[in-house]
Write a protein that binds this ligand. Sequence first.
Ligand code: NAD
Length: 480
Amino acid sequence: MQKLQNYIDGRLVEPASKEYIDNYDPSKGEVYSLIPDSNEEDVNRAVNAAQKAFPAWSSTSVEKRCEILMRISSLIEQNLDKLANAESKDNGKPVSLAKAVDIPRAATNFHFFATAILHYASESHSMGDLGFNYTLREPVGVAGCISPWNLPLYLFTWKIAPALAAGNCVVAKPSEVTPMTAYLLSEICIEAGLPNGVLNIVHGYGNKVGSSITSHPDIPLISFTGGTKTGAEIAKIAAPMFKKLSLELGGKNPNIIFEDCDFDKMIDTTIKSSFSNQGEICLCGSRIFLEKGIYEKFKTEFVTKTKNLVVGDPTDSKTNLGAIVSEDHMNKILSYIKLAEEEGGTILTGGNQVTLQGDHTNGWYIEPTIIQGLPYDCRTNTEEIFGPVVTLIPFDNEDDLLMMANSTKYGLSATIWTENLSRAHRIAARVHVGIVWINCWLLRDLRTPFGGVKNSGVGREGGVEALRFFTEPKNICLKL
Ligand code: NAD
């Protein structure tokens, strides 16, 4: 069975413990590889390597850094099929999705930040005859990057690429649930000639590797994407150490649909925003708010289209929804469906585990599920489920809608469907989230600030925001 290795100081190495964790193929529910069960010792080795590499990497010209990061981007593109198949096997998502979204986007993350640094200028402030200021933006040193399992390589590179481009060295931890493409990335970095120690990847559990990164005194910056509860634990450790912190956390996003929307465009996109990646995207619109006059028409068509979605083998090109990432997560989603019934909801379609035939019988699958009839403030409508489950909630007017849409502790993203642009802008301004899509979903421009408010996170990444986060400003004032 394949044994993954840590990537420390430019080499693929065993964990200090020599222990390994089982890695599952969720589409079959079986172990197919082993992951290093790393600990504090491995993190210390990684930090030492990163510290050693930092003086040379941070003073490498931006042109040279760009060239190396572009080589990594090209190698990801060249290995599209291999990486997409690996991502699908590790996570359960359809290969077609990994090929169209996850892996191309990972390549773009490197490409985008490799070239962004060529155009990045810092500020100067003239004080007329008195003098002037200029602001240096210096890399912070060793950055800690911790990522989740839902978009494994996509989100891992979303952090690593700007951190490295800005001149930092990195100690990174992918999710122990989906480590494979991070491992393949370490092979790519070696092939691309990334200098030793610039990027270090330590595999293993969150409470060992993740917390060692968070609490390490020589890691002054943490970029974390994952659950809100984990984010709170990280903040508790990092705050008294005065670390720079970016937290991209959970969501319970409203998908707001008015009667005057472009119905066909809206319904096709709503299928995607509800069930793409088995609903395991932090930006999925899990609460669908419908203006009363469109409720019945929407319900009928949405249920029909959802029933046509194929839950199946992720390698089959006809599959729309693949496997749920783990047995634990599948059981969590099923428990929320049960809770929804207990809370008085009616399941319009779905609601059950799916058992496939042949060698996929032990895989973890759930039908795409639509629920109606729940109060807006019940647990099903306020807690993150993170699976193929959406609820339908009618509304009478804008005030009513906004009161309900803003009633959860989350505030990541929102989608608004209307042809009335004044209304769209009005709602966009009043909905408490970090990202709003009007008449679209997941249309991404990497220059824009990305992140949430309330319990969905702290700080923003993306574009200049990421380069600012991964550098420290130093103002220098000169009196003339
Ligand atoms: P998680 O919080 O369980 O794990 C995320 C990462 O943190 C993993 O690498 C894990 O090993 C590590 N970790 C766990 N405990 C830790 C600790 N004590 N200290 C340091 N690291 C620790 O999240 P998950 O289940 O992997 O991912 C799903 C969650 O991520 C959902 O809530 C989803 O909304 C969120 N998410 C948010 C965004 C966003 O951009 N806001 C994007 C994707 C996913």
